[in-house]
Write a new protein. Structure first.
Length: 318
């Protein structure tokens, strides 16, 4: 269909342009490419021409021939026009296999097995999407391959977002910085306070797992009095995510545990402030600018290891 042809043409143009632009240290503008392809095809339709788009094979041949600027297209058009006028009888005798050999040799340079190995080493889920897209494209064509690749990527994204990085925090000794307990050792902690940081958006796709993880951690800490949720890693928050914060507050309040939020990012803080639960937290001193401010407002014992040096009890005799 026309829509599928337009999609494949645009994706192939942007992919080919990006691939070869990186080789020469350049970059392309996808929006500009879309305008150029659209304008070219509108003109082709008005004057009875063929649909136009870039392609990996043609780009590879031009790149190996030394092409580096848009002047290549003008020069190629002039050469093709001259060849059609003067060399058509000779070119008609050229075997198709010879033309195919030229394209195969040029396109072979696009097969980046080292890149595939690097993808497998860095992140296996990306390798799954890569192999699925390759296999379906080889078997059923580019339109189906693109659709499957997008679908697999979305499934993997939702799966990853449902299991966000959610570390417990402790204070770096001698500083007012709070870092992950799993990645930094030793860190100062307080058994009466649970510090956690959500390093992901909080939205409908992961709201339930986030609530379950917080409640589960609280259930395993019988002496807990405060939970400080560091929202600095929450890039954006939707209505369901704000509802999850309210659900956590209710679940913790039922256990006698106070929830505090350190909402450093204005977007997350703004969304929370527009909810009833967020307004209640702000009115009751539970919404703070950062983790340090939240810890300072907990009213902890001066000897608590979570307090920064400036707020901790001074040594005896001072």
């Amino acid at each position: 269909s026309a829509a599928a042809l337009a999609l494949v043409s645009y994706l192939e143009t942007v992919s080919a342009g990006s691939s070869f632009a990186r080789r020469v240290g350049g970059r392309i503008e996808p929006n500009g490419e879309l305008v150029a392809i659209g304008g070219g095809n509108l003109a082709a339709g008005l004057f009875g021409g063929f649909p136009v788009a870039s392609g990996f094979a043609r780009t590879a041949v031009a790149f190996q021939a030394g092409a580096r600027t848009p002047m290549t297209a003008l020069l190629a058009a002039a050469v093709v026009a001259a060849a059609l006028l003067t060399l058509s009888p000779v070119l008609a005798l050229l075997p198709t296999a010879a033309l195919a050999a030229v394209i195969i040799v040029a396109v072979a340079t696009l097969v980046d097995l080292r890149g595939v190995a690097e993808v497998a080493r860095v992140r296996r889920s990306d390798l799954v999407a890569l192999l699925a897209t390759f296999a379906v494209t080889a078997a059923f064509g580019p339109v189906t391959g693109i659709g499957v690749g997008v679908a697999v990527s979305l499934v993997l994204l939702l799966r990853q977002s449902a299991r966000p990085h959610f570390p417990e925090l402790g204070r770096v000794p001698g500083t007012a910085r709070y870092r992950s307990l799993a990645r930094h050792d030793p860190l100062a902690a307080d058994p009466a306070v649970l510090l956690m940081r959500l390093d992901a958006p909080l939205y409908f796709g992961n709201a339930v797992p986030v609530v379950d993880r917080i409640v589960d951690k609280v259930a395993r800490r019988p002496g807990l009095a405060h939970v400080v949720l560091d929202a600095s890693g929450i890039g954006w928050l939707d209505y369901t995510g704000a509802g999850a914060v309210a659900e956590v507050h209710r679940a913790l309040a039922a256990r006698g545990v106070a929830l505090h939020l350190a909402a450093e990012r204005q977007e997350a803080a703004g969304v929370l402030a527009r909810t009833r639960q967020g307004a209640w937290l702000a009115a009751n001193g539970r919404l703070h600018a950062d983790v340090g401010a939240a810890v300072s407002a907990l009213g902890l014992d001066p000897e608590s290891p979570l307090l920064p040096p400036a707020l901790a009890a001074p040594p005896e005799g001072v």
